[in-house]
Design a protein around this ligand. Structure first.
Ligand code: NAG
Ligand code: NAG
Ligand code: NAG
Length: 478
């Protein structure tokens, strides 16, 4: 007899007979293991069949054939006890009811007169000052397009006869003046910009021509492509009645009060960028006609390159958002986050990236977004209150992801919850329509649409200033 039997010898009854006796006398005890095993089978089963918490579930596989994929995949990410109802899509609408519009159909065909350069505008205007290596050359690019007699912009909109013009473009290059002074000459401060440039310019426009006074400048246009728009100039009061083309569109009160962003007076335009407009990198050297990389695939989920990796959450700069990028998101293996890359590395990364992070910096806009758009990288805009260029004509929300500052810490979760189909839909719209916004694509056509609205010229074509005739519906611009 083993020790075991010595201790427990008394109960030498076999297990089956023990069970039998319990079944006869204490049957209710069997309920406990029964309930437990049913429960664990249920848990196992539901674990196998469940999608995880929707926001954490990885993107669903792409089923390009089924029409209702988006609704199905959205439902799968938000499980409900009910089967989703997917109906037939509504029929297409007549053109006039559609938004966004086809911007090749002009809203109006106005005429723009561009003031010729003159030494009276300040010596700077006619000096041979080279292009500066800054992001603030939108004013130079737009002016060049207006003055290039071969350009479709010139052919569509420009007149050499001020008497028949609806709008007057002031060839003001304040950013070029300041960049030349700050970066080439290394001078700090205001560089006497008022005395040497802004005042002579406005004097010439307002005194030597009679067009400004006719409308108090309301039909005049000038470009202010830097962060502080017209606030660099003490003589800015002279300019205020003109329409400004600015890269800073901002609905926040403080920035409206200081005059940087004027919701109904300015037209927000895209910025130039060093990669596209100074290094002249051409995305089509790297991407095919559909915007897919010619080699490899988009295996980087999200990208950000920019300085200031020491931003604190409570800082004003970037509203603290950069602190999240450099203290957490940079740990994610499929993110690329760095303070800088050289152009060739950056270009390579842009072709490999799905989402480009575009948090605000000093201002809500960021030049990165134009590089993302040019490379078919879906922008993730984190800039509460921003006014994007040409919002009246472009459906920004169809090709960007918008994340509010209060959700910025959940950025990774939000991006991973976007299904492959939703991403692809945005990417396609971005490639087809989003790129129209760029300075070297349709920026002037879009600026003119905004001018049509400001001048109440919708549906009209200028014959001369006092004579507009209806624009026939079949006119298209190149
Ligand atoms: C326009 O008005 C301003 C201010 O009254 C005046 O100084 C200027 O000479 C006027 N310009 C012309 C061309 O009359
Ligand atoms: C831009 O404006 C802000 C606020 O008005 C000011 O603090 C800053 O110095 C200005 N920058 C330049 C370069 O003028
Ligand atoms: C701007 O417009 C107002 C009228 O709205 C006018 O009184 C003022 O003189 C204009 N400023 C300039 C510089 O023309």
């Amino acid at each position: 007899m083993s020790d075991y039997n010595r201790f427990y010898g008394k109960s030498s009854t076999s297990l089956p007979s023990l069970i039998k006796s319990y079944w006869r006398t204490k049957r209710y005890l069997f309920l406990i293991p029964a309930v437990l095993s049913i429960w664990s089978i249920f848990l196992l089963f539901s674990h196998i069949t469940s999608t995880d918490d929707p926001e954490f579930s990885l993107e669903k596989a792409l089923h390009p054939d089924t029409e209702d994929d988006l609704s199905t995949s959205t439902m799968e990410r938000n499980p409900t006890p009910y089967k989703a109802i997917v109906l037939k899509p509504l029929p297409p609408q007549a053109n006039v009811y559609q938004w966004p519009p086809n911007i090749q159909n002009p809203l109006c065909l106005p005429k723009i007169f561009v003031y010729p350069d003159s030494p009276k505008m300040g010596e700077f205007q006619v000096a041979e000052v080279p292009h500066m290596g800054t992001n603030y050359i939108a004013e130079q690019i737009l002016l060049k397009q207006l003055r290039n007699k071969e350009s479709s912009v010139y052919k569509n909109y420009v007149t050499e006869n001020p008497e028949e013009a609806d709008f007057f473009y002031i060839p003001f290059l304040g950013s070029k003046y300041l960049a030349d002074c700050w970066f080439t000459k290394g001078i700090k401060g205001d560089c006497d910009v008022d005395k040497k440039y802004a005042e002579p310019m406005m004097n010439h426009i307002q005194r030597d021509y009679h067009y400004w006074n006719r409308t108090f400048g309301r039909d005049h246009i000038m470009t202010h492509p830097m962060d502080n728009t017209s606030n660099y100039y003490k003589s800015k009061a002279r300019m205020q009645n003109a329409t400004f083309l600015t890269t800073v569109g901002d609905k926040r009160v403080a920035f409206t009060v200081d005059g940087r962003s004027r919701r109904y007076d300015d037209i927000v335009i895209p910025s130039a960028t060093a990669l596209l407009n100074l290094a002249f990198v051409n995305p089509l050297d790297y991407l095919d006609a559909d915007g897919h990389p010619k080699t490899g695939k988009r295996d980087v989920l999200a990208l950000f390159g920019g300085r200031y990796n020491d931003v604190k959450p409570e800082d004003d700069y970037s509203a603290g958002v950069r602190s999240l990028l450099f203290n957490g998101l940079d740990q994610q293996p499929d993110y690329q986050i760095a303070t800088s890359w050289d152009n060739s590395k950056y270009t390579e990364l842009l072709t490999r990236t799905k989402y480009g992070l575009a948090p605000q910096g000093y201002t809500l806009d960021t030049t990165r977004i134009w590089e993302y758009i040019a490379f078919g990288v879906v922008p993730v805009v984190i800039a509460d209150g921003i006014i994007e260029p040409f919002e009246d004509d472009l459906d920004w929300d169809s090709f960007i992801v918008r994340i509010r500052r209060r959700d910025a810490h959940r950025m990774d979760v939000i991006l991973r919850s976007i299904s492959e189909e939703e991403y692809e839909r945005k990417r396609e719209i971005l490639w087809k329509h989003g790129r129209q916004v760029l300075l070297d694509h349709d920026a002037w056509n879009l600026i003119v649409r905004a001018l049509c609205r400001k001048g109440r010229l919708e549906g009209k074509r200028t014959i001369d200033r006092n004579h507009h005739e209806l624009l026939s519906g079949d006119v298209t611009i190149q």
